[in-house]
Design a protein around this ligand. Structure first.
Ligand SMILES: Cc1ncc(C[n+]2csc(CCOP(=O)(O)OP(=O)(O)O)c2C)c(N)n1
Ligand code: SF4
Length: 281
């Protein structure tokens, strides 16, 4: 299937050069490489610039309440496990409003790929600090610099039991594509933290800032949880990208729905909706 099949006719309004473009292209590349069609994928979006992708990426899609993409995606996966299920989220969205959901999705292990557009700001609302803004960063809301310690999404996901944890860079589409293919193929909860320059508002963490620091994880034992955690803490002069951790473990659906071939959404309800509704009248 050609990559253009995943385009929509909607005009893209992201700022020119925004890192969201790289993630959008890498996602389409990954779907094409995996031989997927738009009707085989369900994407749930967070609220923010990243969430506008619902208008530009042709798959089934739903944009819910800020920070709640993961519970929505989990419900959708349980209802129809035949769909590849994606959660396309932002750092403010998923680590701020939705932080709690990330922890519980990681430990429950539904077969969902969570793509975290990490631009270290709340960008749609014009640049408030997010949980991943570095300490000391000055924003309009924090003229004296951010006081809080930044949140480490990779370390949190590993500690919470995520079965696949990776980081990519929106400025390296070929590598990000490879990581996304691995993440989507993984059976279980996969977190892909994507370093995503926001060219309009983040004048510190730019493409060149990342390029000077990023290095690819090589000869890394991704089965070693302690090593993965240690690597996830590296941030500053050197920033690792690649697959930090992966393990095979039963998914939520495998435990909840033991009949491998049955799709819940296709089962007869076995009860009368009218009768049920009458009980609440
Ligand atoms: C419960 C709730 N709080 C706040 C908002 C306002 N709001 C909309 S988008 C947004 C920022 C999103 O930032 P982020 O998730 O980092 O996404 P980005 O725009 O950077 O892609 C906020 C605070 C909202 N819509 N709902
Ligand atoms: S404000 Fe930042 S994140 Fe939003 S579209 Fe522009 S460059 Fe992208």
């Amino acid at each position: 299937m050609p990559r253009e099949e995943f385009n929509t006719p909607v005009k893209i309004t992201w700022c020119l050069g925004c890192g969201n473009f790289g993630i959008w292209v890498a996602l389409k590349n990954a779907f094409v490489e995996m031989g997927l069609r738009p009707d085989q994928i369900f994407s749930v979006y967070g609220i923010g610039c990243h969430g506008h992708m619902i208008n530009y990426l042709k798959t089934y899609g739903f944009e819910g309440v800020h920070g709640r993409a993961l519970p929505l995606a989990t419900g959708a996966k349980i209802a129809n496990k035949s769909l590849k299920t994606m959660a396309i989220v932002g750092d403010g969205d998923q680590l701020g409003e939705g932080g709690n959901h990330l922890i519980h999705a990681a430990r429950r292990n539904p077969d969902i790929t969570c793509v975290l557009h990490n631009n270290q700001l709340y960008s749609l609302t014009v640049g408030q600090p997010s949980p991943t803004s570095d300490k000391g960063v000055k924003t309009r809301l924090t003229p004296e610099g951010v006081f809080d310690q930044p949140f480490n999404p990779l370390a949190l996901a590993i500690a919470s039991g995520a079965s696949f944890v990776a980081r990519g860079f929106a400025g390296d589409v070929p590598q990000l594509t490879k990581i996304l293919v691995e993440a989507i193929n993984h059976q279980g909860f996969a977190l892909v933290d994507v370093l995503q320059p926001c060219v309009a508002l983040n004048h510190l963490n730019t493409y060149s800032w990342f390029r000077e620091r990023i290095y690819k994880l090589e000869n890394h034992d991704a089965k070693n949880k302690v090593l993965a955690f240690e690597k996830s803490l590296e941030w500053g002069d050197r920033i690792p990208v690649g697959i930090f951790y992966r393990e095979e473990r039963l998914t939520l659906e495998e435990q909840l729905l033991p009949d491998k071939d049955a799709i819940l959404a296709e089962q007869p309800l076995g009860l009368s909706i009218e009768k049920l509704l009458a009980e609440f009248r």
